[in-house]
Ligand binder design. Structure first.
Ligand SMILES: Cc1cc2nc3c(=O)[nH]c(=O)nc-3n(C[C@H](O)[C@H](O)[C@H](O)COP(=O)(O)O)c2cc1C
Length: 200
C-alpha cells in the first residue's frame, strides 16, 4: 500500500477524566509518531443510543462506522467493569454491526490494539473480551496488549502517565498497530467477501 494509513481510536468512559480515554490518547500519539493519520472517538462525547437493529443510524453512528471502515488499524480502550468491558463501550462495538453489509465486511484485514483500564489488577479480563469481539468481526488483534492496573492513579490531571513505563507501553502499542496495519495493507487486496453469517 502506498500513502498514509489511518488509525482510529475508540474508547473512554462516561467518568469525568476517564483513565481509559487518557490511555487511548497516548496510544494514538504512538500511532501518529509512526506516521499514521489518526482520529479519536470518545465514548463520552459520542451520541450513541443503545443499539437497535433496523433503525436509521444516527449521525454519530454513521460517522463512527465510516471512520472505522476507512481505517486500516484501530485502537480500543475500555474500562474494566465487573470483569469485562463497560456497557457503553460494548454498545459502540454493537453499532459496528452496520459494517456487516460492507465489502469487505466488518473488520476484515484491520489490525486492532487493545487497552484496558482497571481499578485492580485484572485488566486482562477486558482485553480478552475485546479480543473475542475482534475475532467475531474478522479483525486481527496485535499480540502486544496494555492492561493498566490501578488506573485511577496511573494518569495525572493532564492525562499524562505518572509512570514513564505506562506511557511508553501505550505509545509502543500505537506504533505497533500502525506498523502491522501498514504491513497488512501492503500488496494485500481485500478478499472476496464471505457471507455475513460467517461472523461469530
Ligand atoms: C461499574 C464499575 C465496575 C467496575 N468493575 C471493576 C472490576 O471488576 N475490576 C476492577 O479492577 N475494577 C473495576 N472497576 C474500576 C474501573 O475499572 C476503574 O475505575 C477504571 O479506571 C475505570 O476507567 P475510566 O476511568 O476510563 O472510567 C469498576 C468500576 C465501575 C464504575
Amino acid at each position: 500500500m502506498t500513502g498514509a494509513i489511518k488509525i482510529v481510536g475508540l474508547g473512554g468512559s462516561l467518568t469525568p477524566r476517564s483513565s481509559s480515554l487518557a490511555a487511548l490518547h497516548l496510544a494514538v500519539e504512538g500511532a501518529r509518531e509512526a506516521g499514521a493519520e489518526t482520529e479519536i472517538f470518545d465514548i463520552a462525547t459520542l451520541e450513541l443510543p443503545m443499539y437497535r437493529p433496523r433503525t436509521d443510524p444516527p449521525p454519530d453512528v454513521q460517522r463512527l462506522c465510516e471512520a472505522v471502515y476507512e481505517a486500516q488499524g484501530l485502537l480500543w480502550s475500555s474500562p474494566l467493569y465487573h470483569g469485562t468491558i463497560s456497557g457503553s463501550f460494548k454498545n459502540a462495538l454493537d453499532w459496528l454491526e452496520l459494517l456487516g453489509d460492507r465489502k469487505p465486511a466488518y473488520l476484515t484485514d484491520k489490525v486492532i490494539g487493545l487497552i484496558a483500564a482497571a481499578g485492580g489488577t485484572q485488566g486482562l479480563q477486558a482485553v480478552n473480551t475485546m479480543e473475542f469481539v475482534v475475532r467475531a468481526l474478522r479483525g486481527w488483534a496485535v499480540p502486544l496488549v496494555v492492561p493498566i492496573a490501578g488506573a485511577y492513579k496511573a494518569f495525572d490531571e493532564d492525562g499524562q502517565a505518572r509512570e514513564p513505563q505506562t506511557g511508553e507501553q501505550l505509545r509502543a502499542l500505537g506504533r505497533e498497530v500502525a506498523r502491522a496495519a501498514r504491513r497488512f495493507a501492503q500488496n494485500n487486496p481485500p478478499p472476496a467477501d464471505e457471507p455475513k453469517e460467517a461472523a461469530g
